[in-house]
Structures are given as C-alpha cells and as structure tokens.
Design a protein around this ligand. Structure first.
Ligand code: FEO
Length: 389
C-alpha cells in the first residue's frame, strides 16, 4: 500500500498483511491483519507514529523515502509488531527522538536495544507542538501492556489509539464505515487481546470520552470514521452486564460427553437460554473468546484422559482463565471410563474467574436417566440465575 492521506498533512502508512493466519503463535487471523503507522507533518516538525512488524520494515522505508526529517517517532506501545522497525528508522534518521511513556522506555531498551539517549519520556497529558499540529499524549495503561499510551491530534480531532480499538482485518478500505464486519473484527480483537484488562480499560475509556473525536486511527485494521460505534461497543464490552447466554466448550472421545452437551443444549433452549457449544478440536478459539465477552455462564464439557480433563479442554480452560471474561456462573459436565479427577483439576484452573460453580455432572460410561435428570437440574439452575441477572 502507498501512503494515503487522512487529513491535511496526516498520512496513513504501514502494511496490510493479507496472508498472515496466526498471531502470537496462538490467535487465528481469518482475515489477516495490518500494521498501521501514521505520519503527521507540522510546519516545523514531523512525527512518525509507531512503525510496523519487522517483516514489513522495507515497505515502511519506501513509504518514508520522500520524507526528509523525522523529528519524532512516537512509540505508543513497545510490542514488536509496532516497535519492531524503530531501530532501522533510528539508524536511517540520526535526528529522530523516540517519544514514549515512562514505562515504555525500559521496554524499548530491553526489547529493541535502543540507545537511551535516543529516547525522550513524555508525561501523561503532555503536548508536543509540530507547528499547526499538536499531539497530546494520554497514558492508557493496560491497553494492553502497562506502558501503552495514545495520542490525540487536537487540530484534526483525531485519536491515534495503537492496539486499543484495533482489529485484525486486512482491508483495502481505509475506513471501517458501518456494518457488522468491522465491528465483529473489533470484538474478536477485544476478546483475544483486551478482555483481561476490562477494569483499567473502563478507566481509559472515561479518559478518552473527554475528547472530541472525529476519527480513531488504530494500529491494526481500518480507521473508525464513526467513532461513536466503537466507543459504545467498548463501553458495553467492559461493563459488568452479561447476557442470557451459555457457552459450552467441550471435547468428546466416544460420544458420551457430546450426548450430555446435546441434551443440556436442548434443555437450556427449552428454558429460553441462548447456547453456544464449541467442539474444541475444530473450534476457532477466537470465536470462543468472542462468545465469552458477553456470556453469563460457561459449562465445560470434558471426557477424562489419564484421570484428568482432556488435554485440549485443559488448555482452553487455562486460556479462558487468562482472558478473564465477566462470567458469573460455571459448571462442569462429562463422562469418564473408570475414575476421574477432571472436576477438581478444572476447578483449580480457573482462579481468575469470579464464578459461582452451579453444579458438576459426571457420569461413568454412557449417560443414563439419572445423568439427564442432573442436566435438567443444571438447566433449571442456569435459567433461575440468569433470570435474576
Ligand atoms: Fe499490536 Fe500489542 O501489539
């Protein structure tokens, strides 16, 4: 992609990575991603806002080929998909100073080996005049690292938000517009990256709400030209509200746990509860994470392998614990062959989830009448709890 103009003397740079399919060796990227950088040229100074993943630094250098001086390089976030090309930019531009938050300095030193004398720490709320373009830096801790900050370009009412409000979407469109695709991408990104930091995010959103914003320019995905939509969506996601929805991540080896999941799903639907089962050997974990953004209850379905939960269930439960969704209730169901410690081991995996465990329903071999009765009782309990939400 060539540089694209967003506003007078404000350009959209960076790379659209159409073919990347995995992030952090963990997160599926069904729609690719992008690494956005921005250039703001004042009458006196020029600032580059973030860089790109190191794999794309050649493209960024091409985009900057006609730019004489880069006085400032604003690093909103030290993770390498945005900071990775900073060393090369500094090598090519000996005049450039890196502007970052206090906590970012230590991270840039340790992650990229940048010389300390090339880094200038900015305070929360500090402004930087470029000449007719003024950047205000706002610390936004835990969006999603401790050092993260955003920049507000006052003259253009433009917020550069880095990872915050981002989406892993490769697109030729510069703007998100309105429509489900962009918001679904944003929700997936929130679920996978931001959700563990819901409470500090709520505080950051209040800070951002005090600004008058026409555009939000993140470092992944398209620019939001209707900022109210993404701000409102985030406010909903970080709120304490949960929906009348049950998420059931499960694995079945010989069909018994699946039969229990199917029975419980039907029983919950009969009771007016929305259900999202996820068979984990085929599930896109991003879809599961998205479902966990709103759900009131998670029911974990697992067979027993070597006396514990199925390893795939173990791994996904560990991930759910790390993502810290705002679930209120949980339950464990499943079948075992000759003995099991699955429930104890799963319970020990979810210390971060502030949930009430409603019931554990385990059966030896195939489920029978008493198993189905216990699943009906679980469905009753979920209905009652959700109706009081
Ligand atoms: Fe897009 Fe946290 O890096």
């Amino acid at each position: 992609m060539r540089p694209r103009q967003i506003r007078d003397r404000v350009q959209f740079l960076g790379a659209v990575d159409w073919s990347r399919r995995l992030f952090d060796s963990l997160i599926p990227l069904p729609d690719g991603t992008s690494y956005n950088a921005y250039l703001v040229e004042g009458s006196e100074k020029t600032a580059l806002l973030d860089t790109v993943d190191p794999a794309w630094e050649g493209l960024l250098l091409e985009q900057l080929a006609q730019v004489g001086r880069i006085d400032y390089l604003v690093s909103h976030h030290s993770e390498q998909d945005h900071s990775g090309a900073i060393p090369t930019i500094l090598e090519r531009h000996p005049e450039t100073m890196v502007m970052c938050s206090l906590k970012a300095k230590a991270l840039l030193l340790s992650h990229l080996g940048i010389a300390a004398e090339r880094i200038q720490v900015v305070e929360d709320g500090e402004t930087l005049s470029l000449g007719g373009k003024t950047l205000r830096f706002l610390y936004t801790p835990w969006a999603h690292w401790p050092e993260t900050m955003v920049s507000y370009l006052a003259e253009d009412r433009l917020l550069f938000s880095c990872d915050l409000f981002g989406s892993h979407l490769a697109s030729s469109s510069m703007y998100a517009g309105s429509g489900p695709h962009a918001m679904e991408g944003a929700k997936r990104y929130y679920a996978e990256i931001m959700m563990p930091f819901r409470k500090p995010l709520a505080r950051n959103l209040q800070k951002i709400r005090a600004l008058e914003i026409d555009l939000i320019a993140p470092s992944h995905g398209p620019i939001y030209d209707r900022p109210e939509e993404i701000l409102s969506a985030y406010e909903d996601w970080v709120s304490d509200r949960v929906s009348n929805q049950v998420v059931i991540p499960y694995v079945s080896m010989h069909g018994s746990t699946r039969a229990m999941v199917d029975y419980l799903t039907a029983a919950l639907v009969e009771r007016g509860v929305e259900v999202k089962p996820f068979e984990l050997t085929t599930t896109d974990i991003g879809q599961l994470a998205m479902a966990l953004v709103d759900a009131g209850t998670m029911v974990i379905g697992t067979p027993t392998v070597l006396s514990g939960p199925h390893p795939t269930v173990f791994s996904v439960t560990n991930l759910a614990n790390a993502l810290r969704p705002k679930l209120r209730y949980a339950a464990i169901i499943g079948s075992y062959g000759w003995g099991t410690k699955a429930a104890e081991q799963i319970s020990a995996l979810i210390p971060n989830l502030e949930v009430e465990v409603l019931r554990t329903v385990l059966c030896m071999g195939v489920p029978r009448e008493d198993t189905f009765a216990a699943l009906d009782a679980l469905a009753d309990a979920v209905r009652d709890k959700h109706s009081a939400l």
